[in-house]
Design a protein around this ligand. Structure first.
Ligand code: PLP
Length: 391
């Protein structure tokens, strides 16, 4: 059996690739996992009880569009966090985590043709891997646009040639960005929204790290769109409880967008989507309504940023992450360095190139390591000191 041709160039996924690189060798010390971005701070303490209370509802088919309670809890959160009023009936749809939503929204919204040609899906390079597969699945052409130090770790789409921009149907942006920890400013979003209007494309804003930040809450694309009076159909925003609430296993997030976009997404999901089980919808409703656990978790990340700066501050070209829970560490050769660190210390980190694609201009991930700052702070410190000693 073989993949159909459109998937034939898909590299092995990042984590099996890392295992193939490292597991041929013994680790040089107590194993510390700093590769996978799985949150490890406590989840909200009320989840278990609520799940138990609603467990009987696993016996029912859940509504595709989400319960009214969940949708209202989501729009109230958007109102508090971004100062944007949305209609829970029209503007949001719950999803099984942002990965599923990004994939299915791309299927629902990518056209067959754009400007008389195959449509382009722009994505930052490096990027969260589902962006490319969503684009390929819909038979669009993924285009990888460097998001490196020179571009402020966000893709500079405005500088692409006009004929390329005219073929763009979707532009993915991740802010705060995984892996670089960059944050899009309000000017960045405003310029991109204008570009989307001028070239008739839709922005997919992946904001699943929006609640993990150092100082100031990152501005949301929804807020900027409202402030500049952008067409609401230009923007599709993705959020998740995985990082905000340390519930990656709950598989719960939402899409917020203009009413036409949401109607199309819901229509396709009615055929092929997997709605969130009802007990999960009840839990999610309560979790979006609570900020206490989010503030506690953020405080732990803020303490971690201080430790990261202290240990890595003198690494040449070190960029302190502004948000998110990754360190994007410049090391010249990410693969060789990940292997050296594993062999010398037992710390497992991900070569940056496993999250990027080589292009004619080079591979913007090749000289980096992605280090996940998810472990308990003392374990994280031990891991970072071990990495530092290898550089
Ligand atoms: C940038 C980015 N987007 C989306 C996701 C998907 O998260 P989830 O599906 O758990 O919401 C992740 C998870 O690591 C991510 O890093």
């Amino acid at each position: 059996m073989q993949f159909p041709e459109r998937f034939s160039n898909l590299p092995e996924y990042a984590f099996p690739r890392m295992r193939a690189l490292l597991d041929e060798h013994a680790g040089g010390g107590n194993v510390i996992h700093m590769s996978i971005g799985e949150p490890r701070h406590p989840m909200p303490d009320f989840v278990g009880e609520l799940l138990e209370r609603h467990a009987g509802e696993f016996a029912k088919y859940p509504p595709n569009e989400g319960t009214a309670g969940l949708r209202s809890s989501i729009t109230r959160w958007i109102g508090r966090r971004f100062n944007v009023e949305l209609d829970p009936e029209l503007h949001v749809v719950p999803i099984n985590g942002s990965r599923e939503g990004l994939f299915n929204a791309a299927l629902a919204l990518l056209p067959e043709r754009k400007a008389g040609d195959v449509p382009i899906a722009l994505m930052p390079n490096p990027f969260y891997q589902v962006y490319s597969v969503g684009a390929i699945m819909a038979q669009a052409e993924p285009m990888f646009v460097a998001a490196n130090e020179e571009t402020g770790f966000l893709p500079d789409y405005a500088n692409l040639p006009k004929d390329v921009l005219d073929r763009v149907a979707i532009a993915f942006v991740c802010s705060p960005s995984n892996p670089q920890g960059g944050v899009a400013s309000s000017e960045y979003w405003a310029e991109l929204l204008r570009l989307a209007e001028a070239h008739d494309f839709v922005i997919f804003a992946d904001e699943c790290y929006s609640e993990v930040y150092r100082n100031t809450p990152p501005i949301g694309a929804l807020e900027v769109a409202k402030n500049i009076g952008a067409d609401p159909e230009r923007l599709v925003v993705f959020h998740s409880l995985s990082k905000r609430s340390n519930l990656p296993g709950l598989r719960s997030g939402f899409i917020a967008a203009g009413p036409k976009t949401i109607a199309l997404t819901k229509k396709l999901r009615a055929y092929s989507g997997a709605p969130l089980p009802l007990p999960i919808q009840h839990v999610s409703e309560a979790v979006w309504g609570d900020e206490r656990h989010v503030n506690l978790s953020r405080k732990l990340y803020q303490e971690k940023y201080v430790v990261v700066d202290e240990i890595m501050g003198d690494v040449p070209e070190y960029h302190p992450p502004s948000a998110g829970f990754f360190l994007w560490l410049p090391v010249w050769d990410g693969e060789a360095m990940a292997l050296k660190i594993w062999k010398n210390t037992g710390v497992r980190v991900l070569p940056g190139a496993y999250l990027s694609r080589p292009t004619a201009e080079g591979d913007p991930g090749a000289g980096y390591l992605r280090v996940a700052l998810v472990a308990e702070i003392n374990e994280m410190r031990t891991g970072l000191e071990a990495i530092r000693a290898c550089l």
